[in-house]
Write a protein that binds this ligand. Structure first.
Ligand code: UN1
Length: 480
């Protein structure tokens, strides 16, 4: 396939033509260029912010029905085109076609959900402690939001940041991730097709310069970021310096605890899904499998067999079960961590070797490493690839301590048939999301999303929780 796209920034409702020095590639076949891309910087961000600022007044004062209708319409268009957009996503990001179409449908459902929330912006009536005084609380739009989004969910994450921002009356400047601009652009184009007024959503394509310009811009009132912990800290500091509100979703080193009493098939299935689907490139991926003695050997053997059987290949081949890494550097990161784990005494159960497939692509062999120690590098740093390691433990208490013993705390899972341990884990796992007999990855869109410790900062995303970040609370007192 050679239909290379020529991308442009979207500023004030228009595609802004520019030189296109950049390219995005198909990770399944790196000879194929998906898109030629402009390289924006502070000047484009300035124009985009000015457009967003100018659009704010009428958008924030429009009837919520106007905002709801546009989100609803965009959702319908996206759902109708999910195969086409999902295919583009899979070509650009490398997740399998089923995953690409699934993610596109999820983005459409997020737009639909926030079409509803746009009509439910509510506050409270409270009695004052002072006789004769009444109190009302409101949620009001904030202004212009800067959104910095990652490549691993190139349409769902833009959707779950844009949709609440605009549903609640704000305007937006978004920077899509470097490797996946074409997928994000498809969403922005559909929003405009659905009747979005000019300037409500603007997109500037580029690298770190665009991100830095967004963080530093005096007219951006809030920044929502999903990406790595290192970059996230810089975003947080920059935002704090000028008192912009900020929400950061960063890494994970998510544990899946497998107890002796677990249903073995279920435990293996959720470990496989959590660790390897989407090529392990999810911040919610299970990367530490903490397994109790009595089930350990059976679990490692059964999981090893499933991992070995995974068919790695071109994302568009319907028989492929795991696509490539998104980029050469992500591929190299996986192999680097496999080497580190190996030299620290980890036993490679399966995987660990370079893959040479017919297509030139950034393929990684799915890898399971056993007999690792809880404080080994492989168990403390995020790999963001199809690599999982097992840690053997004696008891539930030891498992819980290890599960909680890292600086991340996004998602934590447990496989058990014991109500006692399941409930205890729900209460005591230091993570924003806890999964019982479910994969650590794969979340719903109508409830809060986010983590604890170094995984997240600021208000939760998704569901009505998103109103925390994308609206401003006002308390009104009156006496009459
Ligand atoms: C999921 O596991 O369904 O970047 C979502 C990520 C997360 C989203 C995970 N923010 O991987």
């Amino acid at each position: 396939m050679t239909d290379t796209l020529d991308l442009a920034h979207w500023i004030n409702g228009e595609k802004v033509n520019a030189d296109r020095p950049g390219e995005s590639h198909n990770p399944s076949n790196t000879n194929e260029i998906i898109a030629r891309t402009p390289k924006g910087g502070a000047a484009e961000v300035d124009l985009a912010v000015a457009a967003a600022k100018a659009a704010f007044e009428s958008w924030s004062e429009a009837s919520p029905e106007v905002r709801s209708d546009i989100l609803d319409k965009a959702s319908n268009i996206l759902m109708e085109r999910r195969e086409q957009v999902g295919r583009l996503l899979s070509r650009e990001e490398g997740k399998t076609l089923a995953e690409g179409i699934g993610e596109t449908a999820r983005a459409a459902r997020i737009l639909k959900y926030f079409a509803g929330e746009a009509l439910r912006i509510h506050g409270q009536n409270m009695l004052s402690t002072r006789p004769g005084v009444e109190i009302q609380t409101y949620r009001q739009p904030v202004g212009v939001f800067g959104l910095i989004t990652p490549w691993n969910f190139p349409i769902a994450i833009p959707a779950w940041k844009i949709a609440p921002a605009i549903a609640f009356g704000n305007t937006v400047v978004i920077k899509p991730a470097g490797p996946t601009p074409a997928t994000a652009e498809a969403l922005i184009a559909i929003l405009h097709e659905a009747g979005l007024p000019a300037g409500v959503v603007n997109m500037v394509i580029g690298d770190g310069d665009v991100g830095r310009a967004i963080v530093a811009h005096k007219d951006i009132d809030g920044i929502s970021f999903t990406g790595s912990q290192g970059v996230g800290q810089g975003v947080g500091k920059g935002a704090m310096e000028r008192q912009a509100r900020v929400q950061l979703e960063m890494g994970g080193k998510n544990p899946l605890v497998v107890l002796d009493d677990a249903d073995l098939d279920r435990a293996v299935a959720i470990a496989l899904d959590g660790s390897f689907f989407a090529t392990g490139q999810r911040c919610t991926a299970s990367s530490r499998l903490i397994v109790q003695d009595g089930i350990h050997d059976r679990f490692v053997e059964a999981l090893g067999e499933k991992v070995r059987a995974l068919k790695v290949g071109d994302a568009l081949d319907p028989t492929t079960q795991m696509g490539p890494a998104v980029s050469e550097s992500q591929m190299e990161t996986s192999y680097k961590y496999i080497d580190i784990a190996r030299s620290a005494g980890g036993r490679i159960v399966t995987g660990g070797n370079r893959l040479n497939l017919d297509n030139p692509g950034w393929y990684v062999q799915p890898t399971l490493i056993a007999d690792t120690s809880p404080d080994a590098v492989i168990n403390t740093e995020e790999v963001f690839g199809p690599v999982a390691s097992t840690i053997r433990v004696k008891s539930y208490d030891e498992a819980l301590e290890i599960a909680n013993g890292v600086e991340f705390g996004l998602s934590a899972g447990i496989a058990t048939t014991s109500l006692k341990y399941a409930r205890d884990f729900q209460r005591r796992a230091k993570a924003g999301m806890v999964m019982v007999n479910l994969a650590t990855a794969g979340v719903d869109y109508h409830v809060g999303f986010g983590g604890s410790k170094k995984s997240s900062y600021g208000a939760r995303e998704q569901g009505y929780n998103a109103a925390e970040f994308f609206t401003q609370h006002k308390t009104a007192y009156s006496w009459s």
